[in-house]
Design a protein around this ligand. Structure first.
Ligand code: NAP
Length: 499
């Protein structure tokens, strides 16, 4: 019998009377930066600032504007555990709705007066006691703690395709959608069939236009139907918040017991996901199209696409799948290796992100002059339990390498991360240290255990995916998400160097 899931965040008690209260600098006003602010306030710490490079909160949900933008994690689970939202209109919330939720959070928790909009950190140095941060504008600030809440899907990846710059039509990355372009009646080229590309296909295929989908690698698609929540149901959720809380727990359990297990170990869960993906693929009637859409690797090795609509969309007459490789982009369109020119008016690059950059190009420098780029140089990004880096005291990274980011609710595990950071700050308040940084040997031991656990996971079953780090180790959590949350329930101070 499995133990019940632990609550995501240990309750944050206010710091006791007379405790030291540090100044905390937070980078990014997305979902994790806002959560960090909420928990600092709950602990009675008001001396913090959240620096946000844009003019509004919301992170990825503010940046992305593409047609079909939605979250493929169920809305009642993609929610702060302490802030259920009876207003979700669909099982999979649309992007603007999620951004509204973030705005509501910023207002409700009185976070806006802590947010400095339009400021992007350019340089951060630790002087032995405090982080000195310089913004691009020249503004400077300092604090005892620095928390990066920048996310990892924010550096659009431009593909290295010859001639891209010569395209005469409109061209943009999915995360920089050009809202001024009317797609109706246009010949659109879409490069990329990941989670973003699949959502764009589902939406754009319904418009009166021609859509050419340039696929390099087919993806597995899990059939998860969307559903609109009617007014009566939303009213019911308003009156009985327990329903939304129960839904949250249901999705949490289901993810932990089924999808997460399917990814990390062989068993009935994996077989079931594979069978459902195959069943979904079999909904493609034309044998040639089905063959072209059939991946040659195991489901979930690449981040699995959750969509009921993708295959029906691919079968619409206005959609053409191009599987011949791209040779180059020309003024008039895309030339494939078979010599054919595909004439286009608009070119959309749904080609993903430079996911291993994390907070960079912001450079961190420690008191000994070592930079983060140097520390991560040969081995690539690594961090103790994804959130703290040896040699960089009083710095925390939310959503760093090896957190459980594959197909789960990022909000769920961020609550565990922020709970951990808050407890470290609590220990600082009690005077147990001035600075803390994870020990190298504790970090190495963490990595040895990660490497061992990676055997048997789908991510090492043989495919190209953006999880794979420089050292060949996928930057995901190879065990059940509940084990991640459990591991973060209490900081083990003996794993840190304290000064
Ligand atoms: P992605 O998963 O990295 O997919 C990029 C796509 O572009 C792939 O199909 C890739 O092909 C293709 N591509 C890249 N360079 C290419 C080139 N030079 N020529 C041809 N094709 C090229 O990126 P994404 O779809 O933007 O998704 C990134 C992440 O964002 C997701 O994994 C997910 O974490 C997040 N996301 C989440 C949601 C959500 O609903 N929660 C929605 C969208 C995105 P190959 O496969 O051959 O490399």
């Amino acid at each position: 019998m499995n133990a019940p899931l632990s609550p995501p965040i240990p309750s944050i008690p206010p710091l006791p009377e007379g405790a030291r209260k540090p100044r905390v600098l937070i980078l990014g006003a997305g979902m994790s930066g806002l959560l960090m602010g909420i928990q600092l306030k709950r602990a009675g710490i008001e001396d913090f600032s959240i620096f946000e490079k844009r003019e509004e909160v919301g992170g990825t949900w503010r940046e992305n504007r593409y047609p079909g933008l939605a979250c493929d994690v169920p809305a009642h689970y993609y929610t702060y555990s302490f802030e259920p939202n009876p207003e979700w209109h669909h099982r999979f919330a649309r992007g603007p709705e999620i951004q509204n939720y973030m705005r509501h959070i910023a207002d409700k928790y009185d976070l806006r007066r802590h947010i400095v909009f339009g400021e992007e950190a350019a340089d951060a140095r630790f002087d032995g006691r405090r982080w000195q941060v310089k913004m691009k504008s020249g503004r400077e600030d300092s604090g005892e703690f620095l928390v990066s809440a920048c996310g990892f899907l924010h550096h659009p990846r431009e593909p290295q395709i010859p001639g891209l710059e010569h395209f005469a039509g409109k061209r943009f990355h999915s995360a920089r959608w050009d809202m001024s372009v009317d797609l109706k009646g246009k010949r659109i080229g879409l490069i990329g069939t990941g989670s973003t590309g699949a959502q764009i296909v589902s939406a754009v295929s319904k418009l009166p236009c021609e859509l050419n989908v340039f696929q390099r690698t087919p993806q597995w698609v899990f059939p998860l139907p969307d559903r609109e929540y009617p007014l009566a149901e939303r009213e019911l959720l308003k009156r009985f918040p327990i329903i939304a809380r129960t839904a949250y727990k249901f999705f949490d359990q289901s993810f932990d017991h089924v999808l997460a297990r399917a990814m990390i170990e062989p068993g009935w869960q994996r077989r079931m996901v594979e069978a459902l993906c195959q069943w979904n693929l079999d909904r493609v009637k034309d044998p040639l199209l089905r063959r072209h859409l059939t991946p040659d690797y195991q489901p979930m090795c690449k981040r699995i696409i959750m969509s009921w609509d993708f295959y029906p969309a691919m079968q619409r007459p206005s959609v053409k799948l191009v599987v011949d490789g791209i040779e180059r982009v020309e003024e008039q369109g895309i030339r494939t290796v078979d010599g054919k020119l595909h004439p286009l008016d608009v070119l959309v690059l749904a080609t993903g992100f430079n996911t291993h950059e994390y907070l960079r190009p912001l450079e961190l420098t420690n008191a000994q002059g070592l930079t983060l780029s140097q520390a991560w140089g040969e081995r690539g990004p690594h961090a103790y339990y994804s959130l703290a880096i040896p040699g960089f005291p009083n710095f925390f990274l939310l959503g760093g390498p090896h957190s459980p980011l594959a197909n789960g609710s990022v909000i769920r595990y961020t609550e565990a991360l922020v709970g951990y950071v808050m407890q470290c700050i609590g220990h600082y308040g009690e005077g147990r240290f001035n600075t803390l940084a994870p020990r190298q040997d504790a970090t190495d031991a963490f990595y040895d255990s990660l490497r061992e656990s990676m055997q048997g996971t789908v991510w090492v079953s043989g495919c190209q995916n953006w999880y794979i780090g420089k050292d060949g180790l996928p930057e995901v959590w190879p065990r059940r998400p509940r084990e991640f949350n459990e591991a973060l329930r209490r900081p083990r101070l003996e794993a840190f160097e304290l000064n």
